[in-house]
Ligand binder design. Structure first.
Ligand code: ZN
Length: 71
C-alpha cells in the first residue's frame, strides 16, 4: 500500500532502484549555506533537503524495510 512507510509513490518506485537512490543521495547534498548542491547548480538555490533528496531518503527507508527478513 502506498504511504505505508510515509513515502510517496515516487519513493515506492525508486525503492527498487538502489543505484538511483545512491546517486541521488551522493549528488543532492547541502552546501555550506544549506542549499542543495545539485539543484543549486541551476541557480535556483533550492534549500536542502530538496524534493529529490527527500524522495531518495524515503526510498532508501522503504528499501531497508523491505529487505528486512520477516519473522
Ligand atoms: Zn537536490
Amino acid at each position: 500500500m502506498a504511504g505505508e512507510y510515509g513515502a510517496g509513490p515516487m519513493a515506492m518506485v525508486m525503492s527498487g532502484m538502489p543505484e538511483v537512490i545512491s546517486r541521488l543521495l551522493e549528488e543532492h547534498v547541502p552546501d555550506r549555506l544549506g542549499r542543495c548542491t545539485a539543484c543549486g547548480a541551476s541557480g535556483s538555490g533550492t534549500r536542502w533537503p530538496c524534493t529529490l533528496a527527500q524522495i531518495a531518503a524515503q526510498a532508501r527507508a522503504v528499501a531497508a524495510e523491505q529487505s528486512r527478513p520477516k519473522l
